[in-house]
Design a protein around this ligand. Sequence first.
Ligand code: TYC
Length: 121
Amino acid sequence: MEEFTGAFNIRGMSEILTPDRVRKHEVEADEPQLQRPPMFRIIMLNDDYTPMEFVVDILISLFHKSQEIAAQLMLQVHKQGSAVCGVYPRDIAETKLQQVENASRNEGHPLRCVMEKDPGD
Ligand code: TYC
């Protein structure tokens, strides 16, 4: 008779089985999930030409800020030169940079962001 167990955390299996159908040798004990990806800050940079309204629109559409927070952030960048507008895993951060660049160039604006590893991460 086969031995069955109700344990979860099944690895390398191509199909999902209900716990009572899983053979013991196919199951590993639960392990703590300690790994998470390094995080990167997107820093928006000021320039003298991009219209304020366009920056606010970008912060709403690409960084999911509310109208009010977007306006505050835009003014922070305008007055202080830069501000963090989001923190993401590397590939998402790279995509955001590209999206800002594409949207800005399409409209003829020089708006730019840079990314840096989150120092608090
Ligand atoms: N400084 C720009 C202006 O006066 C506005 C601006 C704000 C541009 C934030 C870029 O990231 C930026 N029109």
